[in-house]
Unconditional design. Structure first.
Length: 146
């Protein structure tokens, strides 16, 4: 029996579509077609991430990352959201505050990104500056190395 290439493709396509629907339904996942523009820190997307090429963002990100606050993780999208929020907040009344500063990577990035020194504001950094207190760490956190 002679089968045309088109018939063969149609034959293969049906089971693949069925499998795709089954996976989506049973696992509640969405299969994304096409190249991903971002895939870090538990987030994958094919949407615009031009901020990754923005020189101001790149410089600020590198300053924050160089503090060691992020333990070598790449968290560009998370930091983009933080910088977006800080950029909106800089025109509001009041000061800035960060609770749980660690080594200051988030604050340093924000200050560089929004040119904090040009603002008439204060940035309060709150931390124990000695790590977490043992009495507040749960057994699960201790096992996880926190």
């Amino acid at each position: 029996m002679l089968v045309t290439l088109l018939q063969l493709v149609k034959k293969i396509k049906r089971p693949i579509k069925k499998c795709k629907k089954s996976i989506k339904k049973s696992l509640n996942y969405r299969l994304v077609l096409g190249p991903l523009t971002y895939n870090e820190d538990g987030l994958a997307t094919r949407h615009n991430c031009d901020f990754m090429k923005d020189e101001r963002f790149v410089q600020a990100y590198n300053r924050g990352k160089n503090t060691g606050s992020w333990r070598g993780l790449d968290i560009h999208w998370r930091m983009h959201v933080l910088c977006w929020a800080a950029n909106k907040a800089k025109s509001l009344e009041g000061d800035f505050v960060e609770c749980g500063v660690n080594k200051g990577g988030f604050a340093l990035m924000v200050m560089h990104y929004i040119n904090f020194k040009a603002l008439n504001k204060k940035f309060y950094l709150l931390d124990t500056f000695c790590g977490l207190s043992e009495k507040y760490i749960t057994d699960e956190e201790r096992k996880a190395g926190i």
